[in-house]
Design a protein around this ligand. Structure first.
Ligand SMILES: Cc1cc2nc3c(=O)[nH]c(=O)nc-3n(C[C@H](O)[C@H](O)[C@H](O)COP(=O)(O)O)c2cc1C
Length: 490
């Protein structure tokens, strides 16, 4: 407590001092109405604080924009409510942070795909925060964050490296555009690194290509060197695709009122990451699309991009502490799964064998076709319509369970729609959902974001992704995963 008071007091004093010497910073005075009024400056030195701006950082001149997506934007989510946001000037790295940059500061490289110029990935939000601070210290800047366990305080007046806010990120990504992507047309696989089989608005079944009006592009199945494609109008590379990028903000509903330099939800431990990654469909690379994950989890399609203040902000923002792992009692744990081909069922049965907990299959009143080509079309239709197929099976005593081990196959880089029906049927507030996913190479895709949005009040455990049936290592993988989540083996 004493520490917090000291921080708040010193921020207040610093802000007071900074305000004395600052020019008028009313952001509305340099409001951006069109692309032309946006200045991009490379390798500058910020005169207001004499902080040398590193190479490849560009000045993003602040302004006002419509954050979120218009209601008629194809594939928009309900959490993209458009509202007016003003952001102040800031500097942003033209490139996603590379592995060589990360390793030089942290001494290790957690990435899944290895290469100096590839973006660092597989870092948690907390890792990203630690990197910002460590690099600031190396360069004699004031760290932007104070980390106390899982709680993080952002000193907005500090001149150190930091993550963009969600609003800064979207403003920079849009670069004055109001279209779903910052390029004129939706990106082809030659313009961004993503799941190129599924360009925007031609998500029709890749597996029956004969019917497609536009031929899909390549799917690289890996990250690529940062800056491999053209920059957006602000001079920023890979804002769409390659890796998603952590932002400061905790995930929450947007306010409808106009905002100035918003910093996200006041509570919550799920952080927003933006821009989509190498394994995302184009629709999930849209400028307005919001992905979210627990702050202590990482993924091979999520990295980071650095920002520096252009002038000192004021105040501090407090990120709330992560929920601690609970003790799980076997009688309070339920395995609930949906399967089409049996792979997820096999994983569920292995979990049941190791734990002895209750097992529940999510089944449909009108099951999907057992024919592979037909189910592809049916599943895609359901996902396009965001359908909620009627469930045939129901958990009678859901209140008994505080932990749900939720299994599903990766369908179209997300959850099958029966999982959405299941998540909407019960109240998961106060419960922990621990996902396990069988996939054909895409691991979780956007399924964790989908679950987080459908069960916003549930805590999320560490997920397990299994390639098809999991092969000979399934037993070991399951027991390691159970241990990671504090679930006792029988
Ligand atoms: C309709 C459908 C869509 C699929 N989409 C994906 C996908 O986007 N990414 C992926 O890695 N695997 C995808 N797969 C493969 C399944 O995730 C994989 O085969 C899984 O093991 C199936 O689990 P199940 O046997 O429990 O149904 C898809 C399979 C089907 C039937």
């Amino acid at each position: 407590m004493q520490r917090i008071c000291t921080i708040i007091l010193s921020i207040f004093l610093f802000t007071l001092c900074a305000a004395c010497g600052q020019e008028n910073q009313n952001p509305s005075e340099n409001a951006m109405n069109d692309e032309a009024s946006v200045a991009v400056r490379e390798s500058a030195v910020d005169s207001s604080e004499n902080v040398p701006i590193p190479e490849h950082f560009v000045l993003i001149e602040g302004g006002t924009f419509q954050m979120g997506s218009p209601e008629d934007e194809p594939w928009r989510s309900e959490d993209e409510i458009q509202h007016s946001v003003t952001v102040s000037d800031f500097y942003m790295s033209s490139y996603e942070l590379t592995q060589v940059e990360y390793e030089a500061v942290m001494g290790s490289n957690p990435s899944n795909f290895l290469g100096d110029d590839l973006p660092v990935e597989n870092i948690t939000w907390l890792d990203a925060i630690a990197y910002c601070n460590a690099r600031s210290e190396q360069e004699n800047l004031t760290p932007a964050y104070v980390v106390e366990g899982d709680s993080v305080y952002w000193d907005r007046s500090a001149n150190g490296y930091r993550l963009p806010t969600e609003a800064e990120w979207e403003y920079a990504c849009r670069a004055g555009t109001t279209t779903p992507f910052s390029m004129e047309n939706s990106p082809s696989a030659e313009e961004a690194n993503y799941y190129g089989h599924y360009p925007y608005q031609i998500e029709e079944n890749y597996f029956s290509q004969g019917n497609l009006a536009v031929q899909p592009g390549i799917y690289r199945q890996t990250t690529v060197a940062v800056g491999s494609f053209s920059a957006n109008p602000f001079g920023l590379y890979d804002m769409h695709g390659n890796v998603g990028e952590w932002t400061w903000d905790a995930y929450g509903e947007y306010p409808v009122e106009a905002q100035v330099d918003p910093t996200g939800a006041e509570t919550g431990t799920r952080r927003v990451y933006r821009g989509g990654g190498w394994n995302d469909f184009a629709k999930n690379m849209r400028s307005a699309y919001r992905a979210t994950m627990d702050q202590d989890k990482g993924s091979f399609h999520v990295g980071m991009r650095l920002v520096l203040n252009a002038s000192a902000g004021s105040g501090s923002v407090i990120g709330s502490a992560a929920q601690n792992a609970e003790n799980h009692n076997a009688e309070n744990i339920l395995i609930a799964y949906f399967t089409w081909g049996g792979n997820t069922e096999g994983v569920a049965e292995e979990i049941q064998r190791q734990t002895g907990v209750d097992l529940f299959e999510i089944t449909l009143v009108h099951p999907y076709s057992s024919d592979y080509n037909t189910v592809l079309d049916e599943a895609q239709r359901d996902q396009n319509e965001q359908a909620r197929p009627e469930l045939a099976s129901h958990v009678e005593n859901m209140e008994q369970y505080d932990t749900i081990l939720l299994g599903y196959p990766n369908w179209w880089a997300s959850i099958p729609m029966p999982i959405a029906s299941f998540l909407e049927e019960y109240d998961f507030a106060g419960k922990t959902i621990v996902p396990f996913c069988s996939h054909g190479g895409g691991r979780f895709g956007q399924s964790l974001t989908a679950i987080a949005k459908l069960a916003p009040d549930a805590a999320m455990g560490e997920g397990l992704s299994v390639h098809y049936s999991g092969g000979s290592s399934l037993g070991d993988d399951v027991s390691a995963w159970l241990e990671l989540n504090g679930i006792a083996v029988d």
